[in-house]
Ligand binder design. Structure first.
Ligand SMILES: Nc1nc2c(c(=O)[nH]1)N[C@H]1C(S)=C(S)[C@@H](COP(=O)(O)O)O[C@H]1N2
Ligand SMILES: [Mo]
Length: 421
């Protein structure tokens, strides 16, 4: 407990009492002010959508809004959790640990992130349609509390729209309209959206609960069913035409996404080409050597040296944060073997992987246990049996289990092994 300094100097306690009286008085004044009626704007402004009876559609109802709200809240919660996970894997804080098995876990969580986010588009659209007449509430603000509540809904709506628009632009690989770093913007506004959502749920829970009761359905049940069916159908169609970017059997239907499994050099999509990364010359240079630096030794390995080491083949997906993913057969050298070559222990080492690419956000990545020791973690030389296409990372690329695509570094030029304390 903090000791009140006033009390210490006044043994009879009068100063302390006065201070707490003042604090109580102030609290009462603030509360009273927050509930003070604000002067209504002049009636001449009450035109167009602001006039009485401007909205007459009987399709809107609290019962509908409540049902859409529950669906949207669930979808947002799943989307937030899977998005947060993806962020943590890509920017791991000290306490965070991510396993290397099951090898497809990230492919699933990120597929769910993108699919729930896309399903939110028609849900949010319908939800906003069901409440937008309230935008023209008269008077616009009754009290300061009412004004604050409306402002918080404004923030929630803006954050939710930002998340959906930026997410869709990212899937479409259209960065021009985003004058900010997508991952940072999408991450921080995600917190704003989930915070706004929690406040919104807390404030509206009583209304929502009543509105979900069957007897409150009122006369508009068929209209409500119609809207909910239309929203469900829209979400279903969006899913059907996008989920093939990660579910191979539906790949032919993935007409709304720029990437689908099976399409691209060697049957695998490409995110950044060797030409884009400006590595065509360095990657094909006969003088290329993979530099493996460890605590006790450094090794310079040519492509032939790498091919002469024990080769292993694994079936692993590339699972991009944009939601597309594709599984392929990869053949190459175990990273744990290269770590051992330097005299370090793969179970207690971390590895920095650096690309030949000179610029670009994804030219390096870190491997930590358990990925360093996992026998599925390879520096791959071959894809589905063929020498790697330049666009897939020739001469060698990292491929590790249960990991976002952005961390599967292509055109690897060096790896540095550090033993963990
Ligand atoms: N050096 C480098 N490696 C990279 C990238 C990159 O831009 N530069 N892109 C990453 C991303 S975002 C993905 S999804 C995968 C895609 O691998 P692929 O093009 O072989 O399918 O490569 C990763 N490796
Ligand atoms: Mo990616």
């Amino acid at each position: 407990m903090v000791r009140d300094p006033h009390r210490a100097v006044s043994p009879d306690g009068t100063a302390g009492h006065a201070a707490s009286r003042r604090a109580r008085g102030l609290t009462r004044t603030v509360i009273a002010w927050l509930a003070t009626p604000l002067p209504p704007p002049p009636d001449q402004l009450r035109r167009g959508p602001w006039r009485d009876g401007a909205f007459t559609s009987d399709r809107r109802s609290t019962a509908l809004t409540a049902r859409l709200g529950v669906l949207l809240g669930l979808a947002f919660a799943v989307c937030f959790a899977t998005g947060l996970l993806s962020h943590l894997i890509q920017h791991p804080p000290g306490w965070f640990w991510w396993p290397s098995r099951p090898v497809r876990l990230y492919q699933v969580t990120q597929g769910v992130h993108v699919a729930t986010g896309l399903a939110c588009v028609p849900l949010l659209g319908a939800k906003l349609w069901s409440v937008y007449p309230r935008l023209f509430t008269w008077p616009p603000a009754r009290t300061p509390v009412h004004a604050a509540e409306r402002a918080s809904i404004g923030i929630l709506v803006a954050a939710a729209l930002f998340q959906l628009v930026s997410g869709v632009l990212n899937i479409a690989l259209w960065y021009a309209p985003m004058p900010f770093i997508f991952t940072a913007g999408h991450y921080w506004v995600g917190w704003l959206a989930i915070g706004g959502l929690l406040i919104h749920v807390a404030v509206h829970l009583p209304v929502t609960r009543t509105a979900l009761l069957p007897q409150s359905a009122g006369t508009a049940v068929p209209a409500r069913r119609e809207v909910l069916t239309a929203v469900g159908a829209a979400a279903g169609l969006i899913t059907l035409f996008t989920v093939g970017q990660t579910l191979r059997p539906l790949a032919p239907l993935a007409v709304l996404t720029p990437r689908r499994p099976g399409t691209g050099p060697q049957g695998l999509p490409v995110n950044r080409t060797a030409a884009d990364a400006d590595v065509l010359d360095t990657a094909r240079d006969p003088a290329y050597r993979l530099v493996v630096t460890g605590p006790n030794s450094t090794h310079h390995l040519s492509v032939a040296d790498l091919a002469a080491l024990t080769q292993h083949t694994v079936a692993l997906p590339i699972a991009c944060v944009e939601g597309w993913s594709a599984t392929a057969g990869w053949t190459g050298v175990r990273v744990s073997d290269l770590i051992a070559l330097t005299g370090a222990d793969p179970r207690t080492s971390e590895v920095e992987v650096v690309s030949l690419e000179q610029h670009g956000a994804y030219r390096t990545s870190e491997l930590t246990p358990p990925h360093t020791a996992d026998p599925n973690t390879l520096l791959a030389l071959r894809l589905n049996g063929e020498i790697l296409d330049p666009d897939h990372g020739y001469p060698v690329r990292l491929i590790a289990p249960n990991r976002p695509g952005v961390l599967q570094t292509k055109w690897v030029g060096s790896i540095t092994v550090r033993e963990l304390p």
